[in-house]
Design a protein around this ligand. Structure first.
Ligand code: MIC
Ligand code: SF4
Length: 644
C-alpha cells in the first residue's frame, strides 16, 4: 500500500519510533514560531536551557496579540522579544507587520517541512503542504534547542473533496461542515489530510482557512498537498525556490475517509457559543446584527478582504451595524491601500483596525451585551469577545458582508448571482522590512527586561503523596479561555505568572484565586475535552503556581494535556465517569505512594477522605511523560538529562 502525505513528511523527519497509529514517535523540527502572548514564556524557558543560539533551520518571533499598549506591559514585552530574538538567532516580526499565521503562510511556510508554533492555529501553514503543529511554549523552546518533538502518532483521516463550491459558498463552509459533522472533539488524536479533485479548485488562502479552523476540531493538524496552486502562490510571493511537489501515493492508506461533495454545500454559520453549533445561514436569517468583525488569522487574506471591498463598493453598511476590518498582514493592508479598495471599505462605513489579532482575542471591539456579533474568526467561546453575555456567530466573509449590509443575519446568495472574482495577483507586494534578522554579533546585544517580565516559576520533583480539597468542579468542553481568559485586561500579564494567576478560573468562580491561596492549592474536576482551544501554557502554569497538583476529568484536549504534563500537574482521567458526579465540591482527596504508583502501568487510587471511599483514575501517560511528571515538569526533566 502507498503512503499518505502525512506519512511521507513524518518519515523524512523521524527521530525515533514507527509511523503507525498510536505509536510514540519523535520528529525533527525545521521551523518554529511564537507570538508575543506565548513568546515571552517560551523564550524564558529557552534561556533556562542555556543554549546561545537556536538550532532550528528557521525560528521567528511575531508580535500580534498584545497590541493595545494601554500601559507599559505590552511595550516592555515587545522590547524583550526584539532584543531576545536578535541575541539568540531568531527573526523578529515587528508589531504592525500582521498576524503570525497569515505572515508565515505568505513568507515562510514550506512544503515538506515541519513547523512547531506556540499558538493553536499554527496548522494554518498546513495549507502549504507542511506539517504545522500548535504546542505549548515550552515545546517550542525545546525545539529551538534542537530537541525533537515527541507525540503519539495520530490517525490520518482523508477528507476527500468532490466537485466545486457553488456561488457564495466559501472554503469556511467546508470546515464549518466538518465541525458540524464531527464536533469540537471529533479531531482529537487525528490529522486531517485533504485530497480529491475538489482540492484543486481551492486557492492557498482558501486552504489556509480550512487548515486553521481544523484546530477547532481538536485535531493535531491539517495538511494539503503541494501542487500547482502552491507553486502559483509561492511564485507570486517571490518564493518559487521553496516549492516542491508533494502528493500522497495513488494507493495511499488512511485510517478513515470522509467525503464532502462541495456542490452540496450552502452558506453556513456557527451559532453562539461553540464553533461546532453550525447551521445553514438561512435557518438563522433575520436576527438583528449589531456588529460585524472581518479579520483574524482565519479570514484576513488579500482574497478575503478584496472580496469584501468589492461587495461593499458603492454601498453603505446598515445604520445599526458597526463593521470592523482587520488586514491579516502588512502585505494585505498595503496592497489594498494602494489599489484603492481601502477607500471602498472606508466609504462603506467600515472601521479600519491595525493588522493584529484584535477583536478575535478581545483586544478591543467588545460587542454590546446580548447583541449579535458576526465574525469571520475561528472561536466564539462565551465571553472571549470581552463581553460576558456575548452572542458571537462565526461565518465566511461573504456572510459577514451580507450581514453588515442587511443589518440582520443574511444569506449572501441574496447579494446577486455570483460573488466578485478575485484573481491571484501575479506578484504580491513584497516588503520584509518589518522582519528583523537576528544580530550577527550576539555578544553585543543586551536583552531588555522590563518590569512586566517576571522569572518563570518552577516546581520541585513530584511529591510522593498529595492531598487537598476539590476547589472547582466544571462541566464538558471547558476552554482555556474559561481557565485563564485573554482580552485587554488579562492578556498584558502573560509575562507575569504571579499577576496573571489572580485571574485563574475567574469566569467560572470569581473566588477561585482566594480559595486556592487559602487552601494552598487542591484539585480541579472537569468533564470531557477539558482545556480545548488555545495553546496558552499559562492555563497550566498558573494552576501549578497556585498549588493545583492534579486535574481529574473525563478527557482532555491535546495541547492542554501536554501543557499540564510540561508543568508537572497530573492530568488524570476517571476510570468510571460516574465518579465525576459522586465527588462533591469541597471533598478532601488524598493520593499516597504516588511516585511508585506512577511508575507502573495500571490505575491510580484516590481516597475521598470526606466520603470515606476510594475511586480509580487512569493516567494514560507513556514512559517519557511519566518521567517528566516525576521530575516536576519538562524543563526539570530536560535539564537533568542534559547534565547526565
Ligand atoms: C487564541 O486564539 O486563543 C490565541 C490567543 O491565539 C491562543 C494563544 C494564546 O493564548 O496566547 C492560541 O490559539 O493558542
Ligand atoms: Fe490571533 Fe485570533 Fe488567530 Fe489566535 S485565533 S492567533 S487570537 S487572530
Amino acid at each position: 500500500m502507498g503512503k499518505n502525505l502525512v506519512k511521507k513528511i513524518f518519515e523524512t523527519h523521524l527521530v525515533s519510533g514507527r509511523c503507525a497509529p498510536r505509536e510514540d514517535i519523535a520528529i525533527a523540527i525545521d521551523q518554529t514560531l511564537t507570538q508575543d502572548a506565548t513568546g515571552t514564556m517560551a523564550y524564558l524557558q529557552f534561556e533556562a536551557l542555556g543554549i546561545p543560539r537556536v538550532r532550528t533551520k528557521f525560528s521567528i518571533s511575531y508580535v500580534d496579540h498584545n497590541m493595545l499598549q494601554t500601559g507599559f506591559e505590552n511595550a516592555d514585552d515587545h522590547q524583550f522579544l526584539q532584543t531576545f530574538a536578535a541575541k539568540h538567532g531568531i527573526f523578529f516580526s515587528k508589531p504592525g507587520n500582521g498576524i503570525c499565521h497569515q505572515i508565515h503562510l505568505e513568507r515562510f511556510a514550506k512544503p515538506g517541512e515541519i513547523l512547531l508554533g506556540s499558538d493553536s492555529h499554527t496548522p494554518n501553514a498546513g495549507a502549504m503542504g507542511m506539517i504545522a503543529i500548535g504546542v505549548g511554549g515550552l515545546n517550542v523552546a525545546l525545539a529551538m534547542a534542537g530537541e525533537p518533538y515527541y507525540l503519539k502518532m495520530p490517525e490520518i483521516v482523508l477528507v476527500r473533496l468532490k466537485g466545486k463550491l457553488p456561488s457564495w459558498v466559501a472554503s469556511k463552509d467546508i470546515i464549518l461542515e466538518l465541525l458540524r459533522r464531527l464536533t469540537v472533539r471529533g479531531g482529537v488524536g487525528k490529522i486531517f489530510e485533504f485530497g480529491g479533485l475538489g482540492v484543486k479548485t481551492l486557492s492557498i488562502p482558501e486552504r489556509a482557512t480550512i487548515a486553521n479552523l481544523g484546530a477547532e476540531l481538536g485535531a493535531t493538524t491539517t495538511v494539503f498537498p503541494s501542487d500547482e496552486k502552491s507553486l502559483e502562490f509561492l511564485k507570486a510571493q517571490g518564493r518559487k525556490k521553496d516549492w516542491i511537489p508533494l502528493e500522497p501515493d495513488k494507493d495511499a492508506e488512511y485510517d478513515q475517509i470522509i467525503e464532502i461533495d462541495l456542490r452540496e454545500l450552502e452558506p453556513l454559520i456557527a451559532q453562539p457559543s461553540s464553533p461546532d453549533k453550525v447551521c445553514p445561514v438561512r435557518e438563522a436569517a433575520g436576527k438583528a446584527v449589531k456588529q460585524v468583525c472581518i479579520g483574524s488569522c482565519n479570514n484576513s487574506s488579500y482574497f478575503d478582504l478584496m472580496s469584501v471591498a468589492k461587495i461593499l463598493r458603492g454601498k453603505k453598511i446598515h445604520p445599526e451595524v458597526s463593521l470592523t476590518i482587520t488586514f491579516g498582514s502588512k502585505q494585505v493592508f498595503e496592497m489594498i491601500a494602494r489599489n484603492g479598495a481601502l477607500a471602498d471599505l472606508v466609504s462603506a462605513g467600515a472601521r479600519i483596525l491595525e493588522s493584529a489579532c484584535g477583536p478575535c482575542i478581545g483586544m478591543g471591539q467588545a460587542p454590546p451585551s446580548h447583541a449579535i456579533s458576526i465574525r469571520t474568526m475561528n472561536r466564539n467561546f462565551l465571553g472571549r469577545s470581552g463581553t460576558p453575555e456575548d452572542q458571537v456567530y462565526l461565518a465566511s466573509p461573504y456572510v459577514a458582508t451580507a450581514c453588515a449590509l442587511g443589518g440582520s443575519i443574511t444569506d449572501p446568495r441574496k447579494l446577486g448571482s455570483r460573488p466578485p472574482r478575485i484573481p491571484m495577483p501575479p506578484k504580491f507586494l513584497i516588503d520584509d522590512s518589518l522582519i528583523l534578522p537576528p544580530a550577527s554579533k550576539s555578544e553585543k546585544v543586551v536583552i531588555e527586561r522590563g518590569m512586566n517580565i517576571k522569572p518563570l516559576p518552577l516546581r520541585g520533583s513530584l511529591e510522593d503523596s498529595i492531598e487537598g480539597s476539590v476547589i472547582l468542579k466544571v462541566g464538558d468542553n471547558i476552554t482555556t479561555d474559561d481557565i485563564l481568559p485573554a482580552g485587554a485586561r488579562v492578556l498584558p500579564l502573560r509575562s507575569n505568572i504571579p499577576a496573571i494567576s489572580k485571574h485563574l478560573f475567574e469566569r467560572l468562580d470569581p473566588d477561585f484565586f482566594k480559595k486556592a491561596k487559602e487552601l494552598g492549592g487542591g484539585f480541579v474536576l472537569g468533564g470531557e475535552n477539558y482545556g480545548q482551544g488555545s495553546s496558552r501554557e499559562h492555563a497550566a502554569l498558573a494552576p501549578m503556581y497556585l498549588g493545583i497538583k492534579a486535574i481529574l476529568t473525563k478527557s482532555y484536549a491535546r495541547i492542554h494535556r501536554s501543557n499540564l504534563i510540561n508543568f508537572g500537574v497530573l492530568p488524570l482521567i476517571f476510570r468510571d465517569p460516574d465518579d465525576f458526579s459522586k465527588i462533591q465540591l469541597g471533598d478532601h482527596l488524598q493520593m499516597t505512594h504516588l511516585r511508585s504508583a506512577l511508575q507502573e502501568e495500571g490505575l491510580l487510587k484516590i481516597e475521598n477522605v470526606t466520603q470515606k471511599r476510594i475511586f480509580e483514575v487512569s493516567h494514560g501517560l507513556n514512559s517519557r511523560e511519566r518521567e517528566i511528571l516525576l521530575a516536576g515538569g519538562l524543563l526539570n526533566y530536560t535539564r537533568e538529562r542534559r547534565k547526565s
